[in-house]
Every structure is written in structure tokens, then in C-alpha cells.
Design a protein around this ligand. Structure first.
Ligand SMILES: CC(C)(COP(=O)(O)OP(=O)(O)OC[C@H]1O[C@@H](n2cnc3c(N)ncnc32)[C@H](O)[C@@H]1OP(=O)(O)O)[C@@H](O)C(=O)NCCC(=O)NCCS
Length: 308
């Protein structure tokens, strides 16, 4: 386990040279090993180690997630692999996937650092890009207002439109080319949730008005609210752009940008150092909007379906 902690700490050190906002603590093998141990303790975890000249030079660990959304799956999470030579991840996967396939686990996911060598090796295992994790520093000086748009904090009188906007993301992501299996809830459910959550002070919700009508919303909170961004993927003192949506007929006029900037301004004002967000790379809207707001990708979630 200690060796795996060292390998992961080395990988994270290389990753941080490109993305210094990622947490420094995991460059310490004694801290990195806690992430490896956590990956190992997940129910159903299994994997492989690579031994060269009597020395462990790589490991790969995966475990299934219970949610049916992911199919008969195995996930290699953010601490689930580290190798001295990126090419060798292919040998590790070849060995581990033999057993995963035998167990009927055919939908594979791997969260891979933004490292060209590793991404290339995973691509040559038949994986493709599915999801992006990204970060950016808060603005030094606040973004200004947008002339035709009014961006303001949401209030209880916005609950009905917030519920409608809540459904916009899953509706959009059910379409081509995302084809996500995420469930679209009902308007009644969304309404009930917003009735309850509107006063929850741990989330900060903005709406954008265009010609006096609310056309979009965004939500900011502490990154600690998100289990998908923990450990190596949780920068210190980070806020989270957790949600944003603009009605289809109001897209492309700058509402998404204005709502994203509102969260960035809020994060700076509250005293956060950076803001994290994530998106499906096949979402043609968010995958263009967030990079143009300065978000830089740190981790790539890759996906492969076996047997076809
Ligand atoms: C993502 C979303 C919130 C963006 O809002 P929007 O109002 O459409 O975006 P904007 O008009 O403000 O554009 C934002 C940026 O993306 C860019 N952009 C938007 N559409 C684009 C396109 N088709 N091609 C290239 N760039 C595009 C814009 O150029 C702009 O950057 P710029 O200001 O530097 O020019 C909105 O499209 C949406 O609700 N999508 C569906 C739900 C969703 O994906 N939510 C995000 C969850 S991760």
C-alpha cells in the first residue's frame, strides 16, 4: 500500500505542475496513501499491480458503483491508478479487465489526470472522453454587469421558474449527442424541492432576467458539498459552480456567461480562492461555455463499453 501511495504522490506532483490549484497535500505519500486505501476499501474493489525487477511500479484499482445509471460497471476513480511509465497502464488494465469481464462488468469508467501520456495510453485501450472536471481561480476584479441582462439573487417568488429550469439540464443531456441515462424528474418534484431549498443558505442561487423575464439560473456552493470532487480533485478553499441552465429560446445571448460570472464574483467576495465545475464533454453547450469562462480541465473521465 505504501508503494502505491508513493506512486500516486508522484503522479499528483506531475499533475500539479500543470494545475497548481489542485491540493498540495497529496504530494505527500503519507497523505496520498489514504486515497489509495479508500479506493481499496470500496465494496467489490479489485485490480492489479505491476512488478518490474522486484519493484512495484504501478497499480490499478476499480470497483462497481451501485447506481443502475452506469450499467454493469467498474470505476477506476481518481486515486485508482498510478504508474511510473504511462504505457504500462495498458498491461495493468489488460490483467484487471480479464476478471471484470468474467464478472459480467462491461461498462468501464476511468478518471484520469490531465496528462497527455496517460490519456494516450487509455485511448489506446479503447476508452473515449465522457466528462470533464475543471477549475479556475476567482477573478481579481469583479466582472461587470451585462447591459441587456439583469442578474440577481433568486428569491422565493422565483421558485416556480427555478423548478422549470432544474429540468432543463437533464432534458438537454438526454438528447443527442449526450444521450445521458440520468433521470428527468417531474416538475412537481422539482417544485417541492425548491420550496424547501430556497432558504438553504449553503447554496447561493442567481437568476438572469432578459426583457423582464427570468431566462436562466446558476448555483454556487462550497465544493465540500460535492462527493464527485473529493480527495485529489478537491482544490483547497474552493467553491463549486454546481448548476446552471438557460431556457433553449434564450441561449447564446450571454445569459450563461453572466450567470457563471455571478458565481465567480460571489466566490471571490466570500473569500474562496478558486471555483470548480464539471460537464459532459458531449454537451455541446456547457463544454463550450465553461472553457470560455476560463475553466481549465484537470481530470478526464473516460469510458469504454466492452463487447462491441
Ligand atoms: C450551458 C448554458 C448554461 C450556457 O448558457 P448560454 O446562455 O447558452 O451561453 P452564453 O450565450 O452566455 O455563451 C457562453 C459562452 O459559450 C460560448 N458558446 C455558446 N454557444 C456556443 C456554440 N454553439 N459554439 C461555440 N461557443 C458557444 C459563447 O461564445 C460564450 O463565450 P463568449 O462569451 O466568450 O463568446 C446553456 O447553454 C444551457 O442551459 N445548456 C443546457 C443545460 C446545461 O448544459 N447546463 C450546464 C450544466 S454543466
Amino acid at each position: 500500500m505504501g508503494v502505491a501511495g508513493r506512486l500516486l504522490a508522484e503522479r499528483h506532483g506531475r499533475h500539479r505542475r500543470e494545475h497548481p490549484l489542485l491540493p498540495a497535500a497529496y504530494e505527500n505519500p503519507a497523505v496520498a496513501v489514504t486515497e489509495v486505501a479508500a479506493a481499496w476499501e470500496v465494496e467489490g474493489a479489485s485490480g492489479s499491480v505491476l512488478v518490474e525487477g522486484g519493484e512495484v511500479t504501478g497499480y490499478l484499482l476499480g470497483a462497481p458503483k451501485p447506481s443502475p445509471v452506469w450499467g454493469a460497471n467498474v470505476w477506476v476513480e481518481r486515486a485508482g491508478h498510478a504508474v511510473r511509465d504511462p504505457e504500462k497502464v495498458r498491461d495493468l488494465y489488460g490483467d484487471a479487465a480479464t476478471r471484470w469481464f468474467e464478472q459480467g462488468l462491461t461498462a468501464h469508467y476511468a478518471v484520469v489526470p490531465d496528462d497527455a501520456g496517460l490519456i494516450d495510453a487509455w485511448f489506446r485501450l479503447g476508452f473515449g472522453s465522457q466528462h470533464a472536471h475543471a477549475v479556475r481561480a476567482v477573478p481579481h476584479t469583479p466582472y461587470g454587469e451585462h447591459p441587456e441582462l439583469l442578474v440577481r439573487r433568486a428569491t422565493r417568488s422565483d421558485v416556480a421558474v427555478l423548478a422549470e429550469l432544474e429540468l432543463v439540464l437533464p432534458q438537454h443531456q438526454g438528447l443527442s449527442p449526450v444521450f445521458s441515462a440520468g433521470e428527468v424528474g417531474t416538475l412537481e418534484e422539482a417544485l417541492a424541492e425548491w420550496e424547501e431549498d430556497i432558504d438553504d443558505r449553503s447554496y447561493t442561487t442567481f437568476v438572469a432576467e432578459y426583457n423582464g423575464r427570468v431566462v436562466g439560473m446558476s448555483v454556487g456552493c462550497s465544493l465540500e458539498k460535492s462527493s464527485a470532487h473529493s480527495g485529489l480533485a478537491r482544490p483547497d478553499n474552493a467553491a463549486f459552480l454546481s448548476f446552471a441552465a438557460v431556457f433553449p429560446d434564450a441561449r447564446g445571448i450571454g445569459a450563461g456567461r453572466a450567470l457563471g460570472e455571478a458565481v465567480l464574483n460571489w466566490a471571490a467576495e466570500v473569500g474562496y480562492d478558486c471555483v470548480v465545475t464539471d460537464w459532459r464533454v458531449t454537451n455541446l453547450l456547457s463544454s463550450r461555455a465553461w472553457p470560455s469562462l476560463g475553466f481549465v480541465q484537470t481530470f478526464h473521465r473516460l469510458h469504454r463499453l466492452l463487447g462491441h
